[in-house]
Design a protein around this ligand. Structure first.
Ligand SMILES: [Zn+2]
Length: 207
């Protein structure tokens, strides 16, 4: 077995297992040193079985979950369940920022079309433009015969609005109808945190 510190093999870490766990937990959004510590202590003190379950679930998900070939949401198969469902309305395509936003739209029960999940959102300051978030894949997908309307369901944050603007321009310049969720959704909102009734209304009132 190779050990850290050998020639040509950088010292991987001098942290002990507890420190490594705390460090690893900090990769989660919103988790700083203190909460990572609390989680690690909790798992080791009160829930060893939970810790094992967590590590196995993480490994399995990391190995098995990929992206749908058609809509790019998370999927273990080449095509996700929604893309495989031929009973959906092929005239509609909703563009969302994340699989979580897709799930939020899906929970409203008022949308029966298909989806396209972006690879993030436009952020000029970080050098992330249309190309980086998958605009060419979207255009290709949107030129699929049966499609009549692309619904831009990006969030109502500054970056979500910028994303929607970039996509609308690209779609309309190719003669594809693009609509935007109505303004019922509060400004600054991530879709996944908006209540279902509001999303459903924003969907109906899209323009
Ligand atoms: Zn799919």
């Amino acid at each position: 077995m190779r050990r850290g510190g050998e020639v040509g093999f950088p010292e991987v870490t001098s942290l002990n297992a507890l420190e490594q766990l705390i460090d690893a937990l900090r990769c989660l959004p919103g988790v700083g040193q203190k909460s990572a510590q609390r989680m690690a202590y909790h798992l080791l003190q009160h829930d060893r079985a939970g810790a094992v379950r967590l590590s196995e679930a993480l490994r399995a998900a990391g190995e098995r979950v990929g992206h749908c070939d058609r809509c790019y949401t998370f999927s273990e198969a080449g095509l996700c369940e929604i893309c495989q469902d031929e009973g959906r309305d092929a005239r509609l395509l909703a563009v969302v920022e994340t699989p979580a936003d897709q799930a939020a739209l899906e929970r409203t029960g008022s949308y029966r079309g298909y989806y396209f999940v972006l690879q993030g959102r436009v952020s000029p300051l970080d050098g992330i433009g249309g190309r980086e978030i998958g605009v060419s894949q979207l255009l290709e997908r949107a030129q699929d015969g049966a499609l009549e309307e692309v619904i831009l369901a990006t969030s109502f944050t500054a970056e979500g609005e910028a994303t929607s603007h970039v996509l609308a321009q690209a779609l309309r310049s190719r003669g594809i109808k693009a609509t935007r969720l109505a303004r019922g959704v509060p400004v600054g909102s991530e879709l996944e945190y908006v209540d279902l009734g509001t999303i459903a209304h924003a969907l109906v009132d899209r323009r």
